[in-house]
Design a protein around this ligand. Sequence first.
Ligand SMILES: NC(=O)c1ccc[n+]([C@@H]2O[C@H](COP(=O)([O-])OP(=O)(O)OC[C@H]3O[C@@H](n4cnc5c(N)ncnc54)[C@H](OP(=O)(O)O)[C@@H]3O)[C@@H](O)[C@H]2O)c1
Length: 435
Amino acid sequence: MEDSVSVGLLGVGVVGSGVIDLIEQHQAKLAHQLGCNVHVKSALVRNPNKARDVDAKTNGTLLTTNSDDVLNDPEIDVIVEVMGGIEEARESILKAFKAKKHVVTANKDLVALYGAELHEAAAENRCDFYYEASVAGGIPILRGITDGFASDHIEQLMGIVNGTTNYILTKMHNEGVGYEEALKEAQDLGFAEADPAADVEGLDAARKMAILGRLAFSTHIDLADVEVTGINGIDLIDLQYGDNLGFTMKLIGFAKFDGKQVEVNVQPALISKDHPLSDVKNEYNAVYVYGEAVGEAMFYGAGAGSMPTAAAVISDVVAVIKNMHRGVTGSQFVEPRFEKELKTEAQRFGQYYVRFYAKDEAGVFSRISSLFNEFDISFKQILQNPLKDADAAEIVVITHKSSLEKMHQALEALSKLDEVIDTKSFYKVEGDAEE
Ligand SMILES: NC(=O)c1ccc[n+]([C@@H]2O[C@H](COP(=O)([O-])OP(=O)(O)OC[C@H]3O[C@@H](n4cnc5c(N)ncnc54)[C@H](OP(=O)(O)O)[C@@H]3O)[C@@H](O)[C@H]2O)c1
């Protein structure tokens, strides 16, 4: 067994600095667990003279702008990719596998798009490829799913996997402010990027749900299979009506598998206040897992940040080194077992929230109710508010369970009804007793 394992870093930014720092701080613990020291030998950066949160040089780490110093150093066994981006990160990882080095990454964008190709390259070269930090930062959810649920059948996952959108929705809910104001505050506090599109449009959460779905259901899920709706069109009034009816608005990543067919989507949904996900506030993340044997389990914690993410990265480095010592390439995230088959809208069931304006006349509501009945949809909760200065009312309904196909057909028919002025919003309802 080697006395010391050398790690090469690609990137010393928010996450990379945390990796250097944590490895230094916990040398004794790592040595106790692994029977060897772990040392970050060199690190690729764009600008070696930039001021950093960690003093790499005092830790004995060489900062370099030449990727060969890291990827082709024969003393380095493990590459940690924390530079972000897609093409360059992908090429570097493929090079690392060719050089027979194990790879750990935090890069969800890359894993969501090229996970299959990278797994293949890892297997061909008998290398490990781990990416715990790519989903929900510091929460050990990938290992939780693959190891903790190894003998279980995971039926359903629901995740709050984007801290920015959760922060914005919490602020809107708690303080009654609109979307734009909440977004601006999130940007001022550093919880949202100057260009927040990937977060607020749901793409970041979609990437994480593709990774989670693949591992939970052992089927290949492409990013394009994940239906995405962001929070950018959200109206405060729907959070407020939802609140009155016993629900909290969250951006929910949802994945379901019945042993044959799968559905994965990301959308703002109204979640029952009785469900544990409704209490996940601010920038926190959580993943709720329903397993046939285990029942309900929820993983909660920091979804980003230097130290939480670095801790997840290092847990992968530890797994790699243990595998090296045992002489196995563990690749815990194994080949999919099932062919992918996506559920159609007719096979997807749920409860729904609909808000619309209708003429305030006698008999209107019973006509609307009959229309929904024609599609086998009945109402569980109803709210009706007269609109100021108009002969109209705002109506909010929460339906009993229906197929998504029938729900879309009912909404189409609703929009054609003379008594209906406008359909304002439509959201899925999750975590109600009917689920
Ligand atoms: N931040 C989080 O909380 C978090 C959480 C989960 C996952 N992640 C993922 O972790 C990865 C890293 O995120 P981060 O926040 O640490 O990024 P970051 O702060 O922007 O750091 C990126 C680092 O990579 C270096 N770098 C980038 N492109 C390079 C290139 N072409 N050549 C050489 N060096 C290059 C930069 O060098 P310079 O320092 O010289 O500019 C910097 O040190 C991303 O994939 C991200 O999605 C981040």
